[in-house]
Ligand binder design. Structure first.
Ligand SMILES: *Cc1c(COP(=O)(O)O)cnc(C)c1O
Length: 392
């Protein structure tokens, strides 16, 4: 069948085996459109402050079911500027989790605030609201939950705490495009939600990019301002008014999304729904096949939609499993291992092994296996056969 051929085998990266993510497959799936988008930007010559970033922002906001989206040059920049735009800074505490990308915590430190880690829930490995309430002090300014691996954190409980103690909520949704709770998308529960378009994420740029979403118009405007030197975008996208004087109203960063990435992301956005569905189908097939084995499976809480940036299993002998997968040509990964409190950079914070037991236990056993839309039916079977034999 040529269409399966074209969709699968012919498009995959020349690299052998089952990859964790396959940017070549993504490119070849949309080659004509991506080439056209890039050429369009280059031919127009508007490489800065052009129409592509606003167009992508509008399309992504619509896709995500939020009012406003703001383009950044990375997910980390989105987190940092979101915190800054909410006025989080020196003297403030922000509660987050130690099992995440380092950006989650370093963004807090980069605005001068103090990070406070809490442990996670056993089943979803996301922020434990009970521990959050215990960690709140009069200095707490914001909560920063992470929708880890694509599964939403318990936003109902977290948002209740936020309104009880008058705290901001910034959602780290960098791994969770398309996820939702009771049909309400992640990124829409808190004041602002941040997404990453690192190449290996659901909606990957050909380089680095990120987006923040919010329903608050003035917050969106402030994030745009801070991401672009502290001058309003209106004045920059000057349509013929080039040469006018500068007008800085804040001390900002240069953390904007660029025109080329925006043009590529707009093309890829047209496939995002399909690609998320493919992830969920692969994950469903894995879980069906592994239910009878000794493998601990990821869960999807009632009402939650998990979008599986990572399909995370828990195995007792991880090194042996990874070796056997590698022998069968299957990539696998340890994601955010070891956790942040045990990383050299945060030794200065003085947290010892044992400080976050649920996180530590998860990090000692978890394994991420390929689940992306590039994984063909035959590859999926190979992953299932290899793991089921190993962990029977
Ligand atoms: C990828 C990621 C980030 C950072 O995004 P970048 O685009 O790489 O800067 C932040 N938090 C989480 C949970 C991530 O997975």
């Amino acid at each position: 069948m040529t269409s399966e051929r074209r969709k699968g085998t012919d498009l995959r990266s020349p690299q052998d085996g089952v990859l964790m993510s396959d940017p070549v497959w993504e490119y070849r799936s949309l080659k004509r459109e991506i080439d056209g988008a890039i050429a369009g930007v280059l031919e127009r010559g508007l490489l800065d402050w052009g129409p592509e970033v606003p167009a992508f922002e509008e399309a992504f906001a619509r896709w995500s079911g939020v009012a406003y989206a703001v383009g950044f040059n990375s997910g980390m920049a989105a987190l940092k500027v979101a915190l800054k735009a909410l006025g989080v800074g020196p003297g403030d505490e922000v509660i987050t989790v130690p099992n995440s990308d380092i950006s989650t915590t370093s963004a807090i430190h980069h605005v001068g605030a103090k990070s406070v880690w809490v442990d996670v829930e056993r089943d979803t490995m996301t922020m434990d609201p009970v521990l959050v309430e215990e960690a709140i002090t009069e200095r707490t300014k914001a909560l920063l939950p992470v929708h880890l691996y694509g599964h939403p954190a318990d936003m109902k409980a977290i948002c209740e705490l936020a309104s009880k103690y008058r705290l901001f909520v910034i959602e780290d949704a960098c791994l969770a495009v398309g996820a939702s709770i009771d049909g309400r998308p992640v990124g829409r529960w808190g004041d602002v939600g941040c997404f990453s378009h690192a190449p290996s994420k659901h909606l990957g740029a050909c380089g680095s990019a990120g987006t923040a979403v919010t329903d608050d118009e003035s917050l969106a405007e402030r994030m745009r301002l801070l991401a672009g030197y502290g001058e309003s975008r209106q004045r920059k996208t000057c349509d013929g008014k080039a040469g006018q004087s500068q007008h800085y109203v804040a001390e900002g960063f240069n953390e904007r999304m660029d025109e080329l990435q925006a043009s590529i992301l707009s093309v890829k956005l047209s496939r995002l729904g399909e690609w998320v569905a493919a992830r969920r189908a692969n994950a469903g097939a894995y879980s069906d096949a592994f239910r009878a084995t000794g493998i601990r499976l990821p869960i999807e809480r009632p009402g939650c939609r998990h979008t599986y940036r990572n399909y995370i299993i828990r195995v007792s002998r991880r090194e042996r499993t990874q070796r056997a997968l590698a022998d069968a040509g299957i990539a696998s990964g340890q994601v955010y291992v070891p956790p942040l409190h045990l990383q050299p950079v945060y030794r200065r914070l003085g947290h010892k092994r044992g400080a976050y037991p649920v996180t530590e236990e998860a990090c000692a056993t978890l394994l991420s296996v390929p689940v992306g839309p590039h994984v063909s039916p035959a590859q999926r079977k190979l992953v299932i056969r290899t793991l089921a034999r190993l962990e029977a």
